[in-house]
Each structure stands twice: as structure tokens, then as C-alpha cells.
Design a protein around this ligand. Structure first.
Ligand SMILES: Nc1ncnc2c1ncn2[C@@H]1O[C@H](COP(=O)(O)OP(=O)(O)OP(=O)(O)O)[C@@H](O)[C@H]1O
Length: 312
């Protein structure tokens, strides 16, 4: 598969402080990648090096096989950044026409209007008088003005209401279906889980995890089986025996009673289910569960805190 972007051993230092630390990854054509991570993880710095806005301190960034600063590359990139700066006094349709005029084969104005979902009244409004949500829609249309092959969306849905967020992701899906390559950053982990084919999870300037949302969730969070149990049934069990039996199953890391339910944490939920039947545990309302991306994220951060505490 063709690679749209290739980063090799990229580092970025700001005044001796490392913001991005020896990062390497490739972005294949047509993929939708979410760039996630806590504040200060290095996401914006990586994206700005890919956009040619910042120079790496070391390593190489190639987009479409060339430097991101190359004009041929810039023409094939569309970016929706957090702040949409518009020229004071211009109407919405004038801003759109102006930005279109910078590209050799721009999108039709009517298509940009359709993508932004602007009404004729909104098109005639002064761009600097738009609401926050309308400005985001304008930013989206402007990112698409040059009919780019590679799109960057930086926190695209901040400040949008739920229907506008849904509409945005629907359009992003359509763009991906057309074969466009999309990279986006977000703090709404559910959006990343729902939309991205791949997640690049940054922490402290490094890639902490790279995989599909499912892979990341199963790598970083554990699976569990929970059930209600009548310990005084045919096979009378004490709570201690239950804990002992469950913890002796290979792959089980924890077994505890929580709000009236037994919760068994394990690598493989099937072996726990088999044990429930093998030991004749009178279990009912059996549920299996897997953590979510927010759990994976939280686990990564708490792991870091523990490391910090251990050092101090
Ligand atoms: N221009 C700069 N000068 C000095 N330090 C900087 C500069 N830009 C970023 N940094 C530092 O580099 C690190 C990574 O910042 P970056 O903005 O890339 O993180 P981020 O993951 O995008 O965070 P956020 O989620 O808060 O946007 C941080 O420690 C930040 O303080």
C-alpha cells in the first residue's frame, strides 16, 4: 500500500527540552488515524512538523515522498486547525472564493457550501461575525478547498453540539470512502473509537501505543467476567474459597466482590466461564466485559503517576 507520510526517528527540542522523542511511523493511503494523548504529549508538535510549520531537530518527515515545505505537497494537504482566522470584513462566500483561488484544481464553490452546510443567509454574513460552530464549519470547507488528498483535523469538534458533531463525522467518513487520508486529534475518545481505523497514542513525546481501537483497548485494559452467586447453594462456598479457586485459574489477575457482584479480571474470559461451570458455582446474570478506550487512557496515565511516585 502507498504511504502518504513517513516519519523516521523524528525528535523536536524546544530550548533543550524534548517535546518529540525519536518518533517513527508511516501513514498509509486512505487510512483514518486518530492522534491521541494527554496535554503536552507532543501531538501538536508532530502534526505541525507534518504540515511543514516546524522543522524537526533531527530525523526526517516526508509527505508524498517529499519535504512538507514543498509547494506541490502543500497543495495536496488540507488542514482544519483550532483557530480559523478570517480576514476582517469579508463575507463567508468571499472567503471561500479567495481560498479556492489559491489552488490549481479547487473544489467547486457549490460543493464547499454543501460541505459546510451553509444557508444563503450564512453565506452573506461577515465571516468574523460567525458563531463558534459556524466558524468550525467554515474551517472545514476551507480545509477542503483545494480538494486535498491528505487532511488534518485538529480537535475538529470542540464547541460543536451533538448533531453538528455527528454531521462532521459523517462527512469525514464520506471523505475517507473517497480515498482521502485523514489524521485527526481529539480529546473525545469515543469519537476516536468510533471513527479511526488506527490510533496513535502519544505520551511524553513518544508513541505509547499504535493499533486499531480494539487492539489498544485489549492491550491496555483487561477483560472481566462478572456474576451474581449464591454461595449457600448446593455447593456451599465461602467467599475465601471463591477467591482462591478463581485466582488459581491461569490468566486470572483478580477476583473480588463489588456491590453484590463477583468480578473476575482475566486475560481470557472463556476460561473463567468454564471454571464457573466446572466448580458448580450457582452463578446468574453472568456478564463479560472489556474496558473502553477511556479506561486504556486512564490506565496509561495512572501508570505514569505511579512511576512518578516511585521515583520521588
Ligand atoms: N513553541 C514552544 N516552545 C517551547 N515549548 C514548547 C513549544 N511548543 C510546545 N512546547 C512543549 O512541547 C511539549 C509538547 O507540546 P504539544 O503542544 O506538542 O503537546 P500536545 O500533545 O499537542 O498537547 P495539547 O493536548 O495540550 O494540545 C510540551 O511540553 C510543550 O510545553
Amino acid at each position: 500500500m502507498e504511504n502518504i507520510a513517513e516519519l523516521q526517528h523524528v525528535s523536536k527540542l524546544f530550548g533543550g527540552k524534548t517535546a518529540v522523542d525519536d518518533v517513527s511511523f508511516v501513514i498509509p493511503k486512505g487510512s483514518v488515524t486518530a492522534v491521541l494523548g494527554p496535554n503536552g504529549a507532543g501531538k501538536t508538535t508532530v502534526l505541525s512538523m507534518m504540515l511543514g510549520l516546524r522543522e524537526p531537530s533531527s530525523g526526517s518527515v516526508r509527505i508524498f515522498g517529499q519535504s512538507p515545505k514543498h509547494v506541490q505537497v502543500k497543495r495536496r494537504i488540507g488542514a482544519m486547525l483550532q483557530e480559523v482566522s478570517v480576514i476582517d470584513g469579508l463575507k463567508v462566500h468571499e472567503v471561500m472564493s479567495l481560498i479556492r483561488s489559491y489552488y490549481p484544481s479547487p473544489l467547486k464553490l457549490s460543493e464547499m457550501v454543501h460541505l459546510a452546510g451553509f444557508t444563503p443567509e450564512e453565506l452573506n454574513k461577515r465571516a468574523d461575525k460567525l458563531s463558534g460552530g459556524q466558524k468550525r464549519r467554515l474551517g472545514f470547507a476551507l480545509a477542503l478547498a483545494g480538494d486535498p488528498d491528505l487532511l488534518f483535523f485538529d480537535e475538529p469538534t470542540v464547541g460543536l453540539d451533538a448533531p453538528a458533531r455527528r454531521a462532521f463525522w459523517q462527512q469525514a467518513d464520506e471523505l475517507a470512502d473517497q480515498g482521502k487520508t485523514i489524521l485527526f486529534s481529539t480529546h473525545y475518545l469515543q469519537e476516536a473509537e468510533d471513527t479511526a481505523h488506527r490510533i496513535l497514542l502519544f505520551n511524553k513525546g513518544k508513541i505509547a501505543a499504535d493499533g486499531t481501537p480494539d487492539e489498544i483497548v485489549s492491550r491496555l485494559t483487561s477483560k472481566s467476567v462478572s456474576f451474581m452467586a449464591d454461595l449457600n447453594g448446593d455447593e456451599a462456598y465461602t467467599a475465601a474459597e471463591m477467591v482462591h479457586r478463581m485466582r488459581s485459574i491461569p490468566g486470572v489477575s483478580d477476583c473480588k466482590e463489588q456491590e453484590g457482584r463477583w468480578v473476575v479480571t482475566a486475560d481470557n474470559t472463556d476460561t473463567v466461564l468454564a471454571a464457573i461451570f466446572r466448580y458448580n458455582i450457582l452463578a446468574r446474570d453472568i456478564r463479560t466485559g472489556q474496558g473502553r478506550l477511556d479506561d486504556a487512557f486512564e490506565l496509561m496515565l495512572t501508570h505514569d503517576d505511579h512511576e512518578k511516585e516511585a521515583v520521588s
